[in-house]
Structures are given as structure tokens and as C-alpha cells.
Design a protein around this ligand. Structure first.
Ligand SMILES: Nc1ncnc2c1ncn2[C@@H]1O[C@H](COP(=O)(O)OP(=O)(O)OP(=O)(O)O)[C@@H](O)[C@H]1O
Ligand SMILES: Nc1nc2c(ncn2[C@@H]2O[C@H](COP(=O)(O)O)[C@@H](O)[C@H]2O)c(=O)[nH]1
Length: 204
């Protein structure tokens, strides 16, 4: 039987650079991670493509997905719903492939209940002022939404202790390498544990 893939959860406050670091990670030719595309009721930003960046849904469609247990986790974040379709995650892990979720903290805590063996990484900003600068520079949100997202960011930063690792995103390339090293180390750890049990079973 094929060994299940590793589930990797990346969280961090809005604007810290999760998407930027994830894209840098996925652009490396030898990386073997599958990105789980989320469902959201947020309106697409300029350049965002349905089925690539998100599956964009109405609130009614999203609520139906909740009722029909189609989501591994979901959360309401600054006025919109966000959630992870469970079917893709399950199927891909079963195929032995690693799955990468980029989600906020309420959702990550739900994932921990279902998949306690997942790897939880929190991406942290060098400072709150730098976080504000990044979210403002991105230019995708109104002043009011930036204020709401920064308020949520303070609550999210308080949750970083609940994660297995905290990675600072001072520079994209460095943050990307740190995440890569964490994932590789986790694979090695699992391999060692599997070998130990295999040996134990051979002896008995
Ligand atoms: N290390 C970095 N140094 C400077 N700017 C960065 C860094 N990482 C990301 N950025 C910039 O910060 C902005 C926010 O990045 P990004 O959209 O990736 O954040 P995010 O965490 O995915 O946000 P959200 O959760 O709102 O989707 C972008 O303009 C990006 O170019
Ligand atoms: N709980 C979940 N959070 C998600 C999911 N997909 C994205 N997100 C997070 O929402 C915020 C806002 O995203 P934005 O694209 O509007 O800037 C951010 O922290 C995302 O990581 C999800 O499926 N579940």
C-alpha cells in the first residue's frame, strides 16, 4: 500500500507574504507539493482566475457546501467565507502526494482536529509596521478593509505558538528555503519512525 502524503498547512496574517512565498516554493523544479485551491465568497481581485487562485462562489453555494460536508474546514474572515474542499485533499494524500494548504488560523485549528499529524507552519512578518506596509503596497484592499485585516492580524499573531514552526518572512527566498528545509526534515523524521516500526515488527 502506498504511504499517505504529508499535509502541510501555512498560515499567517494577511499581507505577510504567504502567496508570494508559496509561489516561489512551487516554482522550484524539484518541488513535489500539490496546492489545494480554496473556495471563497470574496470577489476576484484583478488578475485572479476562477479555478486557479480560488473557486469563487456565492454565499448560497458556499453554505450548501458546508451543509453537504464538502469542506475540510471553513471560516468567515473579514466578511467573506473561505474553505478547503475535502475531496481533493483526501484523494491527493491517498495517492501518496503532499498537499499544501494556505489558510488562516481558525481554519488551521479545525484541520489540526481532523489531521493532527499535519505539519503546521506560521509565516510571521518582521514587524507590524512592515506588515502594514506590505498590505498597503499590494493595493488590493480599501483603507477600511486594510484596517479590518490588520485588526485580524493581531489576533492571528497571538496564535503562532499553536504551530509546529514559525518562519519569518524577511526575504522571500530565505522564507522559501526555510519552509523547504522544514518539509524535508519532516519527511526524514517520518521515514525514520516508519523504519523503526518495520524493524520492530520484523523482530517480533
Ligand atoms: N519578504 C518580503 N519582502 C517584501 N515584500 C514582500 C515579501 N513577501 C511578500 N511581499 C509583498 O507583500 C505583499 C503581500 O504578499 P502576499 O499577497 O503574498 O501576502 P499574503 O500573506 O498571501 O496575503 P493574503 O493573506 O491577504 O492573501 C505583496 O505585495 C508581496 O509582493
Ligand atoms: N480558513 C481558510 N482560510 C483561507 C482559505 N483560503 C484562503 N484563506 C485565507 O484567507 C485570508 C484572506 O485571503 P485573501 O485571498 O482574501 O487575501 C488569508 O489569510 C488566506 O490565507 C481557506 O480555504 N480556508
Amino acid at each position: 500500500m502506498k504511504e499517505r502524503g504529508l499535509l502541510i498547512v501555512l498560515s499567517g496574517p494577511s499581507g505577510v507574504g504567504k502567496g508570494t512565498v508559496r509561489k516561489a516554493l512551487f516554482s522550484q523544479p524539484d518541488i513535489q507539493l500539490q496546492y489545494s485551491i480554496s473556495v471563497t465568497t470574496r470577489k476576484p481581485r484583478e488578475g485572479e482566475v476562477d479555478g486557479v487562485d480560488y473557486f469563487f462562489k456565492t454565499r448560497e453555494q458556499f453554505e450548501q457546501m458546508i451543509r453537504e460536508n464538502e469542506l475540510l474546514e471553513w471560516a468567515e474572515y473579514v466578511g467573506n467565507y473561505y474553505g478547503t474542499p475535502i475531496a481533493y485533499v483526501e484523494k491527493t494524500l491517498q495517492e501518496g502526494k503532499d498537499v499544501f494548504l494556505e489558510i488562516e488560523v481558525q481554519g488551521a485549528m479545525q484541520v489540526r482536529k481532523v489531521f493532527p499529524e499535519a505539519l503546521f507552519i506560521f509565516l510571521a512578518p518582521p514587524s507590524l509596521s512592515e506588515l502594514r506596509k506590505r498590505i498597503e503596497m499590494r493595493g488590493t484592499e480599501s483603507e477600511e478593509l486594510i484596517r479590518d485585516r490588520l485588526k485580524a492580524a493581531k489576533e492571528e499573531l497571538e496564535m503562532m505558538d499553536a504551530y509546529d514552526y514559525v518562519v519569518e518572512n524577511d526575504q522571500v527566498e530565505l522564507a522559501c528555503e526555510r519552509i523547504r528545509a522544514i518539509v524535508m526534515a519532516e519527511h526524514c523524521r517520518r521515514e525514520r519512525v516508519a523504519q523503526r516500526y518495520k524493524k520492530m515488527l520484523e523482530v517480533e
